[in-house]
Design a binder for this molecule. Structure first.
Ligand code: DGL
Length: 269
């Protein structure tokens, strides 16, 4: 049992898809979240830049007395996980492996589609993770660079989202995937539109959810779960609080204004 905190981070709002899941499955856990809203998006940046940003993000969270870290970002999980694991002794869980495992379990025809950021798709992280589980599964990936800016600006439904989504999912529909990984944690915020466009024959796998389930499993194994009935939540962002807390509040279905604070990240070293 432990009253330490779970640190969760992302480039912006996306990691909240993991936080929402964590609050449901482990309501007694104390959660501290960091969203690097001043520098989002990460997914269109170079590998080196993403690794540098990710290390600075984690350095901030490691000041908070953590018992585990959830890297609730497909992009960071794809390119920087070994760097982050080298910074701390607490478990650092990424989204790629647990999400790939869930997709392999779900597919019936052995055809999995991946929607992710440009950096995630370029890294081939999901291809490798799926191949390690079942080399016979066919994998088709599509980068969706417009999705993160849409979500960060509060466009979760409507014509703009529909237009971008139709364009991005068409190649996956053409090859007949039956399972699609929402490989960026921002994308589950667009799930109502995506699941309608894909239709009921396609199973969508939410990377934020799968990572949260994997983290819960790890804490259970380590006997590190909190004994509290209701945990505390604290959200930190690197830019304006109001934009984040407004959209986050809608998604989490609670007002988080009083729990959200702007911080300045150390960017030296
Ligand atoms: N939520 C991040 C991910 O899962 C978004 C990356 C970005 O900022 O582009 O990839």
């Amino acid at each position: 049992m432990s009253d330490l905190q779970i640190g969760v981070f992302d480039s912006g709002l996306g990691g909240l898809t993991a936080v929402r899941e964590l609050m449901q499955i482990l309501p007694g856990e104390n959660i501290v979240y960091f969203g690097d809203t001043a520098r989002v998006p990460y997914g269109t940046r170079s590998r080196d830049m993403i690794r540098t940003f990710a290390k600075q993000d984690l350095r901030f969270l490691l000041e908070k007395n953590l018992k585990a870290v959830l890297v609730a970002c497909g992009t960071i999980s794809s390119v920087a996980l070994p760097d982050l694991r080298g910074m701390t002794d607490v478990p650092v869980i990424g989204v790629v492996e647990p999400t790939a495992a869930a997709a392999c379990k779900a597919t019936r025809k052995g055809k999995i589609g991946i929607l992710g950021t440009s950096a995630t798709v370029k890294s081939q992280s999901y291809h490798r993770a799926i191949e390690a589980i079942d080399p016979n599964i066919e994998v088709f990936a599509q980068a969706c660079p417009l999705f993160v800016p849409l979500v960060e600006n509060g466009y979760l439904t409507g014509d703009l989202v529909e237009l971008a989504a139709k364009e991005y999912i068409a190649p996956l529909q053409e090859v007949g995937v039956d399972t699609v990984i929402l490989g960026c944690t921002h994308y589950p915020l667009l799930k109502p539109v995506l699941s309608r466009l894909f239709g009921s024959g396609v199973t969508l796998i939410d990377s934020g959810r799968e990572a949260a389930l994997a983290l819960a499993e790890t804490l259970k194994e380590q006997n590190a779960l909190s004994s509290a009935a209701e945990g505390t939540r604290r959200y930190y962002v690197s830019d304006e609080v109001s934009n984040f807390s407004h959209i986050a509040g809608m998604f989490l279905d609670r007002n988080i204004d009083g729990e959200t604070e702007k911080v300045t990240l150390r960017t030296d070293g």
